[in-house]
Write a protein that binds this ligand. Structure first.
Ligand SMILES: [Zn+2]
Length: 313
């Protein structure tokens, strides 16, 4: 059976300025064994190397906005993929100006990529579908930041129905796939078995929302409602609420309020200002409002487990 993994790995949890032991924003998503990169701050290549990830397996990259700590690692990664002999296409989704920036650097260095590079312009429109394939649908979020900034929601595709173990003897092998897809079973002698009598419902679809960078923005709530895992930036604590407002970032408490309003399963904080040596303070502030909160750590993997009570054959 194909893998049903749904993992989020935080490769960098820092904000704009370097902090010891923290790196600029980048995340790697493994959804059913397809790899998606979300943001690509400086040094993302090294972080991927440390995590033992083969760059060539990454098929899609999503860039939220054009502040350097979210995309300055992209050109290096594109170039390394070229040097490594990549041939399969790479799809990069980001602000319209990103294409200009990437093309200029390729031209200036006289690089002719060996693989097709597709740069797709993305506008921050809540709920707009950016990408869809057999494993996942990615929609946009309109984040509230100093420059246009897009968040992303990743929703896995619905799994096939499970075959009931006690009824599996009835189903000829060559009919199994059709039954899993929801068809009734019609046997050669004309007997009909309804699909409901042979199968169990698939596990619920899992989803992940990425919100960085943004000020407190309740308009996001309907678009991230009920996601299993929400990553929300928490650059400051409430002590610096004014600074958060000025720079259009969020406090940990604001991130927790959004998580609570949206009724998400779990909240993951990140994009920590370099002024915080330890993140305990940010974590405590958020947990007081939304207990199911974690502070993201460099290189850590956060799996979203499948909620399944059924036996899939
Ligand atoms: Zn920013």
């Amino acid at each position: 059976m194909a893998s049903r993994r749904f993992d989020v790995q935080t490769l960098g949890t820092g904000a704009a300025l370097p902090a010891r032991g923290r790196y600029p924003t980048s995340q790697l998503l493994n959804i059913h064994d397809s790899l998606f990169l979300v943001d690509c701050g400086e040094g993302t290549q090294e972080r991927l190397r440390e995590a033992g990830i083969n760059f060539l397996r990454i098929g899609h990259i999503f860039i939220s906005h054009l502040h350097g700590d979210h995309y300055l690692g992209l050109q290096g990664l594109i170039s390394s993929m070229h040097l490594m002999g990549r041939v399969q296409p790479l799809h990069v989704f980001g602000p319209p100006k990103l294409k200009e920036i990437v093309d200029l650097q390729l031209r200036a260095s006289g690089t002719y990529l060996r693989y097709p590079l597709h740069l797709w312009p993305v506008e921050p429109t809540n709920g707009a579908v950016i990408h869809e394939d057999t494993k996942v649908t990615v929609t946009a979020l309109r984040l509230k930041h100093r420059i246009p900034c897009t968040g992303f929601v990743f929703r896995e595709s619905l799994a096939l129905r499970g075959l009931r173990r006690d009824r599996s003897a009835v189903i000829p092998h060559f009919k199994r796939q059709a039954v899993k897809q929801g068809e009734d079973l019609v046997l050669p002698d004309g007997t009909v078995h309804s699909n409901a009598s042979l199968t169990t419902a698939p596990p619920p679809v899992r989803s992940y929302a990425y919100c960085s960078d943004t000020a407190f923005e309740p308009e996001l709530v309907p678009y991230i409602a009920g996601v299993d895992l929400l990553y929300h930036e928490a650059t400051f604590t409430e002590m610096l609420a004014t600074r958060a407002k000025e720079t259009l970032h969020s406090t940990a408490a604001q991130a927790a309020r959004i998580a609570s309003m949206a009724g998400v399963g779990e909240l993951l904080l990140g994009h920590f200002s370099s002024r915080y040596k330890h993140v305990n303070e940010l974590l405590a502030e958020a947990r007081a409002i939304f207990p199911a909160t974690r502070a993201s750590e460099e290189g850590q993997v956060y799996p979203i487990p499948e909620r399944t009570g059924v036996e899939n054959l």
